[in-house]
Write a new protein. Sequence first.
Length: 169
Amino acid sequence: MARKLLGTTASLVSRTRVYLTDGAVEIDEIEGYLGTRRRVLFDEVLLVTLDRRRRVSSLVLWLALALLSSAPGVTLALVRTGSPAGLVTALVLGVPFTIGFVLHLALGVDYVTVFGKRSLAQMAFSLRKARAREVFLLLCERVQEAQARERRRAAGSAPSVPEGSTGTA
């Protein structure tokens, strides 16, 4: 099976892309010009989570941009007390950033995280909430199938214990 892109996460210095393969989730992490690839095997998955968070840094950035961009208009309104031009300027410049602040506060960012024994894979979904739920359900299904196969294989190879015996020496 070819790799299928599930989701991405990005920060100032790194980009992470998470792919679905036959028996694992592959994580390609690029930091600057260096790249690493890790895997979380489905039969080693401990937990798959879906949660919504608000990034404090994004909220602070949106609010600061809204205040800084509307400051010239407010200054103009204070200097010219009878002119509405300053308030109009403040609204025109500040409203887009205020909308960004309110949208991030209301919607947040959905994260799907796969925890393995040695590593984890995390994907962020800012606007595509249905896609986050779809990826979460797909991963839960694949993990359950792989772990059920592993349990059946382990049960088939386990030594049988005679009836009435406790199996202890």
